[in-house]
Design a protein around this ligand. Sequence first.
Ligand SMILES: Cc1cc2nc3c(=O)[nH]c(=O)nc-3n(C[C@H](O)[C@H](O)[C@H](O)COP(=O)(O)OP(=O)(O)OC[C@H]3O[C@@H](n4cnc5c(N)ncnc54)[C@H](O)[C@@H]3O)c2cc1C
Length: 505
Amino acid sequence: MSFDAVIIGGGINGLVAASVLARGGKKVCLLEQSGHLGGLAAPGPDGGARMAHLLYNLSPLVRREIGMDAHKWPFKLTPVSTVALNPDGPHVVIRGQKAQLADGSAHPEAEAYRQLNGQLIRYADILRGLAEGGPLGIEGRLSSISGLKELWRLGRIGRKLKRIDKSEMRRFLQMLLSNAYDLILDDLKDGPLAGMMAADAVRGGFAGPRSPGTVFSLIYRMGHGGEVTWPEGGMGAVVTAFEGAAQKAGVDIRLNAGVARILLAGDRVRAVETTGGDVIETKTVLSSTGALRTAHMAGVDAFDIEAARRLRNIRVKGTVAKINLTLTKPVSVAGLTDDMCPARLVLAPTAEYVERAFNPAKYRQMSEAPVIEALRIDAQTFSLMVQYAPVDLDGGWTDAAKDKLRAVTLSALAPYLPGLEDAVAQAEVITPDQIEAETGAPGGHWHHAEMALDQLLTLRPANGMGRYAMGPEGLYLCGAGAHPGGDLMGLAGRNAARAALEVGK
Ligand SMILES: Cc1cc2nc3c(=O)[nH]c(=O)nc-3n(C[C@H](O)[C@H](O)[C@H](O)COP(=O)(O)OP(=O)(O)OC[C@H]3O[C@@H](n4cnc5c(N)ncnc54)[C@H](O)[C@@H]3O)c2cc1C
C-alpha cells in the first residue's frame, strides 16, 4: 500500500492539509487514531459542541482552496452577540464594534471601544497577511517562482503597512510587543468591557493580560474581521463540511488508525506504521499532532541534538477546561431578554479579575474565581470554557478536583443565572489532561503550543522548524503547533500542504 502523502490526524488542520494536497494532484491517505474526525472540534453525541464551540477565525482563503463555494460556507453561520456580565449594573452587550448596555441605553465608553476595536481590526488585517503563508522570509533563489511569490507577498504586506502613518506605525509596533492589560486600560475604565477584551486576549493561553505579547494574541483573534459566529448544526456541521471537501478531493480517510511510528530510510521518510501494525509506504508525512509527539514517532535520532532540545522546551501548558451543561428546565440570564440565543456570556468583570484568575495557575492551582466564556446554545444547553484550570494541577485532576471545578464554576455563574445550580441534569467536565489523553493535543493546549512571542512566526514550533518541515526529509508539521497556530482556522494545514507541494515540484 503506498501513497504520495500520509496525513496524521483528522482535526481541522489535518483535513485541510489532506484536501490541499489531493487537489494538488497527490494520492493522499489520512489516518485518524479515534473513531471520528474533528479532533478538538469534534462534536458531542448531539452534534453540538463537545470542546470547541464557536468560530472566531475560520479562513475564507482555506474555504476556497479546499474547493468549497468561493463566497459562502456550506453551513449557516449565525453572528453571536457577546454579553460582558456585570455584577454591579446592566450587562454590556457587544455586537460587532458596537457596545451598549443591556437595558438598551448607550454605554458611556461606546465610542472609545469602537475606536480601539476598529484599530485592532485594522492591525489584524496586517497580521492576516502573515498568517496566510509561511512565516516571512525569502529562502532559495529569488529567480525561482516561489521566491518571486514570496517577494510579492512581502510587497503586499509592505503596501498595507505603508497605508499606516508614522505615528500609527509606532503605536502598532509598540502594541504588538506590549500587554493587553495596559493597552485596554489606556482607553477604557476597568469594568466588564475591559474585562471581556482582556479575557479574549488570553483565551486558551497560559498567560494573564499583563503577560507580554498578549496584545498580539488579541489582534490574532480578529484576523478575519473579529466576528464571533455559531454554526447552525453545531461543530458537527463544520466537521462534516471539511470531511466532505476531503472526500471530494479523493482523500482516503481511515478512522481508528493511529500512527505509532514514522519509518525512515536513512534521513528520509519511507513509511508510517499504524498501531495495528499496518505499514503504509510514503515519502511525505504531514503530522497534525504536537511537534514533540511527532518527533518521537520518527525517533529523536532523526533530529540533531539542538533541535531535539528545542522541541522538548516548547511551552504547552493547557489552561482551559470544558464543562457541558444540560439543564432540567430553562434558565434565564438575569437582566437579559430570553430571545438572545445563542449568546456568548463572558464572566470577566474587570481586566484585573482576569489577571488575578491567572495567578493560581502559576502555582499549579485552579482559579477559584475563574474566567468563563459561557455559550448559551438554548435555554437548557450551556457550553462553558473555564479558565484557569492548569493541566498540571497540584495533586492531579482527581474526581474530587473535577467536582471542585464544577462547583466553583456553577457558583461563579449563579448570580447571573439564577436557579442554575438546581437545574443541572448533567455536567460533563473535561480537563486539559483528559483533552491530551483523548486527542494527543500537547498539554491539552488550545493551540498545541503557547502563542507567545518566542513561539510565533519562524519560531513556531521552534527555531529552525518554522517552515513546516522538521527533522528527516519529507516530514512536516501541519497542526495548530505550526504557524500561524490554532483556533478553527485551517491555515496551518493549508500552509504546510503548500510547503510540501512546493518541495515536490
Ligand atoms: C477546550 C478547547 C476549546 C476550544 N474552543 C475553541 C473554539 O470555540 N473556537 C476555536 O476557534 N478554537 C477553539 N479551540 C482551539 C481549536 O479547537 C484548535 O486550535 C484546533 O481545533 C486545532 O486543530 P488541529 O487540527 O491542529 O488539531 P486537533 O484538533 O488536535 O487534531 C489532531 C488530530 O490528530 C489525531 N491524532 C493525534 N495523534 C495521532 C496519531 N498518532 N495517529 C493518528 N491520529 C492522531 C487526534 O485524534 C486529532 O483528531 C479550543 C481548544 C480547546 C482545547
